[in-house]
Design a protein around this ligand. Structure first.
Ligand SMILES: Nc1nc2c(ncn2[C@@H]2O[C@H](COP(=O)(O)OP(=O)(O)OP(=O)(O)O)[C@@H](O)[C@H]2O)c(=O)[nH]1
Length: 250
């Protein structure tokens, strides 16, 4: 494992970065709906994630953890999902300003390791910025920083509270990560930490995360109650009735 600045001479341009949205889970805590396409304040969750990656305009006002609509941080998007999800997700993502590729799980329910592997295999970019479909407040500027950290290495992974590696909001070098996922799955190991252990990686620690963004970027929506909380936060941000702090939803 390595930490700190990118190795001398290494650089990562936007042209080499694929955005990958993971949506192949079963959303069991969400009831009988697929959270990927569940509307959050009127916008399907997967669309909110995609819009942030591609710099699309967003009616929600910008804040400390949110870049306004602007340059895409990725050149293309890969969507990982099961075959039965594809039509609804494609509908939710129509009209995106970057090319869309599909990484459809041939074998569903193998867990996020398989989803990340399939997304890495489908990616045109050398590096892949992986984001779960249920992280609607992902900060694109933070992802761009992770991509810079990953340059010349095989992964850049944030660790919030110095405990939790945020493996579903991280940047991986596509080829070695896919190969490491293959090996983990062949061993029957479905934990995302398993392939990561094999990579030359940098970990972005809690203090660094908080200098760059807020923990809002990692908020994920697993339940109806969490959806309601996210809707409330968005409503407050839109009406200007939030606290105005970095923790406002954007
Ligand atoms: N391809 C694929 N992705 C998965 C699988 N399980 C989870 N994921 C993805 O991994 C990310 C984190 O998973 P969870 O938050 O647990 O989502 P989930 O499994 O849909 O939700 P629960 O069933 O409520 O745990 C999400 O982006 C999921 O879509 C899987 O079996 N295959």
């Amino acid at each position: 494992m390595t930490t700190g600045a990118s190795p001398a001479g290494a650089s990562l341009t936007e042209a080499t970065l694929t955005g990958a949205v993971l949506a192949g889970g079963r959303s069991t805590r969400f009831g009988d709906r697929d959270k990927a396409v569940a509307p959050l304040a009127g916008v399907p969750m997967v669309r909110r994630v995609a819009d942030r990656l591609v710099g699309a305009d967003d009616p929600i006002p910008p804040g400390a953890d949110r870049a306004a609509g602007g340059d895409p941080v990725v050149d293309e998007l890969v969507i990982n999902c099961r075959p039965d999800q594809r039509a609804a997700i494609a509908d939710a993502l129509s009209g995106l300003p970057v090319p869309l590729r599909w990484a459809v799980d041939e074998e569903p329910d193998l867990g996020p390791v398989a989803g990340i592997r399939n997304a890495c295999r489908a990616a045109a970019g050398e590096y892949v910025a992986v984001v779960a479909c249920d992280m609607p407040f992902v900060d694109p500027g933070f992802l761009a920083g992770l991509a810079a950290d990953a340059a010349g290495r095989e992964a850049a992974i944030p660790r919030l509270d110095d405990r939790w590696l945020q493996t579903t909001q991280a940047v991986y070098r596509a080829e070695p990560m896919a190969a490491a996922c293959d090996r983990a799955l062949a061993r029957g190991d479905r934990k995302v930490l398993a392939p990561i252990e094999e990579l030359d990686r940098t970990v972005v620690d809690d203090a660094e995360i908080r200098e760059r963004t807020t923990e809002r970027t990692f908020t994920n929506v697993n339940t109806d109650a969490e959806l309601a909380e996210a809707e409330t936060a968005i409503g407050e941000a839109l009406s200007g009735s939030g606290s105005g702090s970095d923790d406002d939803a954007q």
